[in-house]
Design a protein around this ligand. Structure first.
Ligand code: FAD
Length: 280
C-alpha cells in the first residue's frame, strides 16, 4: 500500500569534509537542500578514513543551523567504553537520531573489537540510553556482500530490528524489484519498520563502478553498457543518470516506499534536480 506523502521520510547524507574548502562547499550544499525541508541530514563516520570528530563537528554545525542531524556510528574495532563515550557526547549535545552500523575494518586491521555486528550495537544503544535515540540501521535489497546466503541476510536484518531499530535505510540499487522483494520478504518475517530506499544519483560512471564494486550494489547491464558508450562525455552521463534515477525514485514512491535517503556525496545539484523532477 502506498504511504501518504506526509508520512514519508526524506533525508540527505553527507560525509565529514576534511578541508576548509570542503566545509564551505558542504554549507552551500546544505543551504540548497534545506529548502526541501528534509526530515534530517545524516553524516557518515569512518568511511574514507573520516574520524568521529569530523562527524561530530559536522552534525553540530547542522544542528546549529536549525536542522535535525543524525550521525552515523559504526562499532567494528570499537570497545564498549569507546561507544559509550560517543553516545554520551551525542546525548549531551542534544542529538537524538543515529544511524547504527557495523562498519568495515580498514584493510590490514585484524582486531574486531567488542562488537561483532550492528545488532550488538543497536542492543547496546537501547540498553545504555533507552528510548533516547531514534535508531536507523542499514538494509541490503541485493544482500550484503559478506552474507553467506540471502535468507541468512534477511534473518540478520531482522535481528537488528528485534534489537530495537526504528527504521532502516537501504544500500543503493538501480533495480526497484530488488527493493520490493526485500520489503515483502522481511514483512513476511514480521518486520514492520519503515525501510527507506537509499538513492545514489549518478555523476560519473567510473566513480559509480568503483563504489558498486566495493559495496556489492549491482549496476544493471543496460545501464553499464549505455554509460560505457558515453566514454568521456560527462554531460550525457549526467543526463542519462538523471533520467534513470528519477524514474527509479518515481517507481519506488509509486510502489509505496516510505521516503527516500539521498547519498549526496556533498553535492546538491543532482539531488535537487531529481527532487524537482519528482515534483515532491
Ligand atoms: P551488519 O548488519 O552487522 O551485517 C554485516 C554482515 O554480517 C552481513 O553480511 C550480515 O548478514 C552478517 N551478520 C549480521 N549479524 C550476524 C550474525 N548474528 N551472525 C552471522 N552473521 C551476521 N560504513 C561506514 O564505515 N560508515 C558509515 O557511515 C556508513 N554508513 C552507511 C549507511 C548506510 C545507509 C548503509 C546501507 C551502509 C553504510 N555503511 C557505512 C556501510 C556498512 O558499514 C557496511 O555495509 C558494513 O559492511 C555492514 O554494516 P551493517 O551495519 O550493515 O552490518
Amino acid at each position: 500500500m502506498q504511504t501518504a506523502v506526509k508520512d514519508r521520510t526524506f533525508s540527505f547524507e553527507f560525509f565529514p569534509p576534511k578541508t576548509e574548502e570542503g566545509k564551505a562547499k558542504l554549507r552551500a550544499t546544505r543551504k540548497q537542500l534545506a529548502q526541501f525541508n528534509p526530515h534530517f541530514f545524516s553524516c557518515t563516520f569512518g568511511a574514507g578514513g573520516s574520524t568521529q570528530e569530523g562527524t561530530l563537528a559536522t552534525v553540530l554545525e547542522i544542528k546549529a543551523e536549525g536542522h535535525n542531524a543524525a550521525p552515523h556510528i559504526s562499532c567494528i574495532g570499537s570497545t564498549v567504553a569507546n561507544i559509550r563515550d560517543v553516545l554520551n557526547q551525542y546525548q549531551s549535545n542534544g542529538i537524538d537520531h543515529i544511524v547504527a552500523l557495523r562498519g568495515d575494518l580498514p584493510s590490514g586491521m585484524a582486531v574486531a573489537g567488542e562488537f561483532r555486528y550492528a545488532s550488538d550495537l543497536v542492543a547496546f544503544i537501547r540498553k545504555e540510553t533507552g528510548d533516547h535515540f531514534t535508531i536507523e540501521v542499514a538494509a541490503y535489497p541485493e544482500y550484503h556482500p559478506q552474507a553467506r546466503s540471502a535468507l541468512e541476510n534477511l534473518k540478520h536484518f531482522k535481528l537488528k530490528v528485534d534489537a530495537g531499530a526504528d527504521a532502516a535505510i537501504t544500500q543503493y540499487f538501480y533495480n526497484p524489484d530488488a527493493y520490493f522483494h526485500f520489503v515483502d520478504q522481511v514483512t513476511a518475517m514480521g518486520v514492520d519498520i519503515p525501510i527507506v530506499p537509499g538513492i545514489m544519483p549518478i555523476a560519473s560512471f567510473s566513480q559509480l563502478a568503483r563504489f558498486s564494486d566495493a559495496c556489492g550494489a549491482e549496476i544493471p547491464r543496460w545501464i553499464r553498457n549505455k554509460m560505457e558508450g558515453f566514454g568521456d562525455d560527462t554531460a550525457s552521463i549526467r543526463a542519462f543518470g538523471l533520467d534513470v534515477v528519477t524514474d527509479l525514485a518515481d517507481r519506488l514512491l509509486q510502489g509505496g516506499a516510505p521516503g527516500m535517503h539521498f547519498y549526496t556525496l556533498n553535492s546538491a545539484g543532482l539531488c535537487s534536480t531529481i527532487w524537482q523532477r519528482l515534483g515532491l
